[in-house]
Design a protein around this ligand. Structure first.
Ligand SMILES: Nc1ncnc2c1ncn2[C@@H]1O[C@H](COP(=O)(O)OP(=O)(O)OP(=O)(O)O)[C@@H](O)[C@H]1O
Length: 671
């Protein structure tokens, strides 16, 4: 899985590789500049120590009663006529095998004469003026170096923020686009909240990209740089400084491994928590009507409790590792001070060397710490982003095919078999033909497969056997989006999106004019809704907009398909939530479409079916009866029985409706 994550991250970065490399370069430069700092500390401290050397020499001369020239002569004699500074340099070379080169950092004195250089183990004497001069230069250099480092860092941050936004955007758009193109069967097995949470992992991607561009590569290079400088300066002290490093790396590695395990479970738990919240909110009315508020909260608490327990366990473990890492780094500093101090006493190092080593050591643990914690963070990022990438890798998008060309609108189902799950077949050899420009009613008991038939026609699913043809074109060979664009569907679960009423009506055909939208809205029976809204079709609806009744939502959907002018129209319980009067209006509108549209009506109300040209009765996923309404009524089969029962229900409904109206009128008169 990790390989797949890296592959996907690489693909995300690829289009922005130049920016990425630029951020890496800036990161390297800004950390690289900081590496010079300890060298400056050394020179400054050695020069200050030089003051004490000078003082000590003068005191010694006074005690011996010799002047400076005599002292120099004595020194020359002792050192075989070799002048002091040269001898010191030779000493240093003999100790470390490398020359000492402070001149690169500390400039010459203003008079143009170089003060005697310090050497390893020998601090040269300094006058107060020379020491002050070095201190001032050191402060200036530190300021310049930090300024350059901070400017580079700032430039890197700005570029990186731009890079992160671009990558986040590309990731979230790509994943969302991919998910929208997945077949409907993918969604029926998953909670939408969990999918949304998986898509919304963009921050994790930037975590990985930033980790690499700004931290891992620069820290790694700085780690190697520090090691090289330390070894160059003193091999023995570097060895002492590094004694604890293997243990440190071992702990960091172990902690990364242990903290990583179980992360995937932790994230699944959080997806469950999100799904619970979303389900509770989506079904808020049912929750309230069932008095289930506390039960929902308890269930959420249980899921969230487990997730938090995991989190606490991980945090404790992480703190334990941090404790041991900190102890080791302190131990290392103590060792360097101890051994460095001893070498200074032995005249093999200067105090500045020791301070420089400790400063480098501090910088050495920094990158190791960062790399170790980054490793843990990366594991977290990878674990959580792997879930989003799994969406990208696993789901097979609907295949593109040729576009559907509807010439007449003839629909054929040929021996179609279909099942949602392997255990149960829903359609079993379904065959029928719908002539162009006719209205067919698809009826049958609940669960007979009516909606499934309509979904297959829309290519939301493909048959497991058999074929479906529109004007002779097999749906399997066609582009699913092109099929759906040309078939209109009004169903009970159609969505109303955030936006205005007009936006919602032209959702299927965005190019529809205002006049067409208004005409469709009125044809769908929305005039009374529009009359009471001051903003009319421009009224905001959906989330944070105006609420719509179930009937009004259905009218918006009807208007949506009317505006799209489809050649094939499926009405799946399209008027189930409308009163009979509004249903009558919609029927009248449909009358106008009938001649040039092939219409399929799925309904439980006889009133919607009565005027159909053709009726197909489905039972157990196959055709049980077929013919005109009159023929089927005469046959006395399932349809005749259903029609009789449905008409009785409708008469009862209408009677009770009238009674209610009469009672209201009488009440008003009495008042
Ligand atoms: N997404 C799904 N996954 C699994 N089974 C499903 C799914 N959708 C529907 N079914 C099952 O397929 C069968 C046919 O469902 P379908 O919705 O097509 O029936 P219907 O005739 O439209 O019923 P109704 O009149 O109640 O709407 C039912 O048994 C249903 O439980």
């Amino acid at each position: 899985m990790k390989k797949a994550v890296w592959r996907n991250v690489y693909r995300l970065i690829l289009p922005y590789r130049k920016k990425f490399l630029w951020v890496v370069t800036l990161g390297l430069l800004s950390t690289g500049v900081g590496l010079v700092e300890p060298l400056i500390y050394r020179e400054a401290i050695n020069d200050v120590a030089g003051l004490f050397v000078r003082q000590a020499r003068e005191n010694a001369r006074k005690d011996l009663g010799v002047d400076a020239d005599e002292e120099e002569n004595i020194r020359s004699m002792i050192r075989n006529e070799v002048p002091d500074s040269t001898q010191a340099a030779t000493d240093s070379a003999s100790i470390s095998g490398t020359p000492h080169s402070p001149a690169a950092v500390v400039p010459k004195t203003p008079a143009g004469t170089s003060p005697t250089a310090h050497s390893r183990g020998h601090v040269a004497a300094r006058s107060p003026k020379q020491a002050l001069n070095t201190l001032l230069w050191a402060v200036a250099w530190l300021f310049v170096i930090n300024l350059i480092g901070t400017l580079l860092w700032r430039l890197g941050e700005n570029t990186n923020t731009r890079l992160s936004c671009l990558i986040e955007q590309r990731f979230i758009q790509g994943t969302f686009a991919h998910v929208l193109r997945l077949p409907l069967s993918f969604f029926s097995r998953r909670s939408t909240a969990a999918i949304a949470k998986q898509i919304d992992q963009s921050e994790e991607v930037t975590g990985i990209v930033n980790g690499f561009s700004q931290q891992i590569l620069p820290e790694l290079i700085s780690l190697l740089g520090i090691l090289a400088i330390m070894l160059w300066q003193n091999v023995a002290l570097t060895t002492v400084a590094l004694v604890t490093i293997p243990f440190y790396i071992l702990i960091a590695w172990r902690s990364a491994g242990r903290l990583e395990s179980g992360l995937s479970n932790y994230y699944s738990r959080w997806e469950e928590v999100s799904s619970r919240i979303q389900d509770g909110l989506a079904g808020i009315k049912t929750v309230k009507l069932s008095g289930a508020e506390q039960r929902e909260v308890d269930q959420l608490q249980a899921s969230a409790g487990e997730a938090y327990q995991d989190y606490i366990k991980r945090a404790r473990l992480a703190n334990k590792y941090v404790f041991w890492e900190t102890m080791l780094s302190h131990l290392s500093t103590a060792l360097v001070f101890g051994y460095g101090g001893y070498l200074t006493l032995e005249n093999r190092l200067t105090p500045g060397d020791v301070v420089m080593f400790v400063a480098y050591l501090d910088r050495l643990y920094g990158p190791i710490d960062t790399l170790a914690s980054l490793w843990v963070e990366l594991q977290q990022n990878i674990a959580s982003i792997a879930r989003a990438f799994r969406l990208l890798d696993k789901g097979v998008e609907e295949k593109a095919g040729s576009g559907l060309h509807i010439r007449h609108g003839k629909i054929e189902f040929r021996d179609v078999y279909f099942s949602y799950t392997p255990e149960r077949e829903v359609l079993k050899g379904l065959s029928f033909t719908l002539r162009p420009g006719t209205t067919t009613a698809l009826v049958g008991g609940s669960g007979a497969g009516k909606t499934t038939t309509a979904d297959l026609l829309m290519r939301l699913y493909d048959p497991s056997e058999g074929s479906i043809l529109i004007d002779g074109q097999d749906l399997r060979t066609l582009d699913a989006a092109s099929v759906r664009r040309q078939i209109g569907v009004v169903s009970t679960d159609g969505a109303v999106f955030r936006g205005t009423l007009a936006d919602n009506i032209r959702y299927k055909r965005p190019s529809a004019t205002d006049a067409e939208v208004e005409q469709a809205a009125i044809a769908a029976g929305m005039h009374s809704t529009l009359d009471r809204l001051p903003q009319g079709l421009q009224t905001p609806v959906g989330e944070s907009g105006m609420g719509l009744s179930v009937g009004e939502r259905q009218r918006v959907q009807i208007a949506r398909v009317l505006v799209a002018k489809p050649r094939i129209l499926v009405l799946d319980e399209a008027t189930a939530n409308l009163d009979y009067a509004t249903e009558g209006e919609v029927r009248k509108t449909l009358e106008g479409l009938r001649r040039h549209t092939t219409i399929i009506i799925i309904a439980h109300r006889y009133s919607m079916v009565r005027d159909a040209d053709h009726v197909i009765v489905l039972a157990e996923g196959a055709v049980e009866e077929e013919g005109t309404p009159a023929e089927l009524l005469a046959n006395g089969g399932w349809f005749a029985e259903w029609a009789r029962a449905a008409e009785e229900d409708q008469a009862e409904d209408e009677d009770s409706g009238e009674e209610e109206e009469n009672t209201e009128e009488e009440g008003e008169e009495e008042e």
